[in-house]
Design a protein around this ligand. Sequence first.
Ligand code: ATP
Ligand code: MG
Length: 433
Amino acid sequence: MIKAIKGFNDILPEQSAKWLKLEAVLADVLGRYGYEQIRLPIVEQTDLFARAIGGATDIVEKEMYSFADKSDPPTPLTLRPEGTAGAVRAVIEHNLLRGDTPKLWYMGPMFRYERPQKGRYRQFHQIGVESFGSALPDADAELIAMTHLMWQELGLKDEMHLQLNSLGELDERQAYRNALVDYLTDKQDQLDEDSKRRLTTNPLRILDSKDANTQALLADAPKLADFLGSESVAHFEQVQAYLTALGIDYDINPHLVRGLDYYNKTVFEWVTDKLGTQATVCAGGRYDGLIGQLKSVGTRENKDDSKPVKSEPGVGFAMGLERLLLLIEAVAPMAESTACDIFVVAHPEVFTAGFSYAQKLRYSRPDLRVKMASATSLKSQMKKADKSGAALTVIIAQQEIDDNTVSIKDMQTGEQTTVAQDWLDATENFTRS
Ligand code: ATP
Ligand code: MG
């Protein structure tokens, strides 16, 4: 038997009802903040991710699903591991920043070759949000405030803790990077294996190492905060001041660095203690250099890709929908919902009449979910009605047609009555609970 690929999950009907609810709540809040949806391709050129996310990151080093297509010469392509790179590509390609500051969101599957476990899959889903064109700290604070309202609407307000840090600007980070490498180089024997490797490839990632020895070493290491210039410090303080004004609690986590190279200044994560090591549900930050970095690729005036091209600021975040659902399941489970309110059963000999009745009801009562079984025996249709979760079953046989009535069975009490054929058209006779 052919099975699904490891780490790629089916979302079965009972689950998908919960997905739809979650997506609806999140889309509603996004709409309330004036954010608009953008739909992006799932496949992009590999180069886009390599350049945007950075070569020395977990994603680009070992997590991408990359392949060559059948063109001649083949184009290196990758299933998107995240959404920001594609969103930025689209914004540049369609000139969306000309005279505008787009506030965009997207939703859909992302792909990373990771070890599957609870809250970590190879195909997973994100809702991501990007706010372009403002370098000011209110843009950062607005995104965080929006997620805060999302947690409120989902009943997760008390489960989510906000962690903040500032990565400063590139030159500040570079000065810090040198200081950190200086400090760690003669202690590298005591580092965990990953951190040892990162000492030459991506030293800042050492800060979020899970290894206790490494963390102990870092206690006396130079602090990134001491390397930030006054502009970065003022920006970060203003983000915090806005959050305080909005009544949003946060902790500063000086070791929060994020796994993608494009961030500068504000980075943040919403974490929970209910999901074990997969604790981060939502994460993001500012990326003021990314647009310039991607714009510069292959442009005529910039053949060697090295000269900086004017950038435009951006800030965004992405949340993992599987983790959100796991958290909702753990603390505020959604009510089970049935797919059906009214089940229409029709005697096989007058099935057409039942078929038309159900069709008419769907037109007159758009608030109801009206289901039928196929034209099998009355008994087998009744069995399906029993299983359906419907509140009422409408039964139609020759007698009902002759009398211009329908029979109605209350599925809770089993009580059966005869009513006028158009009885269900009146909302006061039946509303779904
Ligand atoms: P982690 O540290 O858990 O690997 P990350 O820093 O790689 O997360 P991001 O790239 O910031 O994650 O993605 C944003 C969010 O997407 C995460 O906070 C998480 O909720 C979700 N996410 C990331 N990778 C996965 C995955 N493999 N499976 C399920 N959800 C994921
Ligand atoms: Mg990861």
